[in-house]
Design a protein around this ligand. Structure first.
Ligand code: SAM
Length: 236
């Protein structure tokens, strides 16, 4: 028997496309966003007390990865994209019911708005529920995961002088830690593991309202080439 759920709000996020979003929350502390609550949750009553909490669980819909036919096996990027795993042994976006969950930092609470950081959510993500993180119950000191036992190793991120100046200027304009955001996300190496990056190949992703372009001058090293205003989809 089907059950129905509906969003309690939507996230306005620094991430405008899926590519280059970290694969889990907390990996990019400079990744910020605002959860805008819908009526009747937007009056302040529903979030009363939340100012006493540092982190929250968000339960949300992978709205850009919903599929009619459930997959039983997935190929997580973490395993290089060529090894398959049971869907329930992974945190893949393509999953039954398309539900995601992330622990994120709660920076500020306002009636109708939660200011978040360390997010791994795409702009426009529908949120189904919010729950306070409870350290004594949610953190398990003896826990292990032999498939993903630690955060992915970060790679070096260098900047061309012009790109660093552009990132700083756009960061000031946006009043956001843009340089840190770009460094933290690119250090995760967003490129699919099966691609061997040639130095002449350019990669790109959008953060807030800017496009960032980079290349791999040598294996395991990224160089940011430019940070320029994004072209609005209507002008593409
Ligand atoms: N922490 C969550 C979890 O474990 O359920 C998400 C993990 S999932 C592997 C993270 C990826 O989901 C991100 O790298 C991004 O590409 C993708 N993603 C984030 N928001 C999405 C959305 N609304 N729809 C589809 N994909 C999304």
């Amino acid at each position: 028997m089907p059950y129905s759920v509906s969003p309690i709000g939507f996230v306005r996020s620094c991430f405008k496309e899926k590519f280059a979003i970290p694969r889990q929350p907390q990996l990019a502390p400079a990744a910020r966003g605002v959860l805008e609550l819908l009526a009747p949750f937007d009056t302040g009553e529903a979030v009363q007390g939340l100012e006493q909490v540092s982190h929250v669980w968000l339960l949300f819909l992978f709205h850009q990865a919903l599929e009619d036919k459930p997959r039983l096996k997935v190929r997580p990027p973490r395993l290089g994209g060529n090894q398959s795993l049971g869907v329930f042994a992974s945190r893949a976006t393509h999953r039954p019911n398309g539900i995601g969950q992330s622990v994120v930092k709660l920076d500020r609470v306002e009636a109708g708005r939660l200011w978040l950081s360390g997010i791994d959510l795409l702009d426009g993500t529908p949120v189904l529920d919010i729950k306070p993180y409870v350290p004594y119950a949610d953190s398990v000191p003896t826990a292990y995961n032999r498939i993903a036992d630690s955060a992915p190793a970060a790679i070096a991120v260098d900047w061309q002088d012009k790109a660093l100046q552009q990132a700083r200027a756009h960061g000031l304009r946006l009043n956001e830690p843009l340089t840190e955001l770009i460094e933290q996300c690119l250090a995760q190496d967003p490129r699919p593991a099966y691609q061997q990056p040639q130095p002449e190949r350019r990669y790109g992703a959008s953060f807030w309202d800017v496009d960032v372009r980079w290349h791999y001058p040598q294996p395991g090293r990224i160089c940011v080439l430019e940070v320029v205003p994004a072209i609005p989809p209507s002008e593409l």
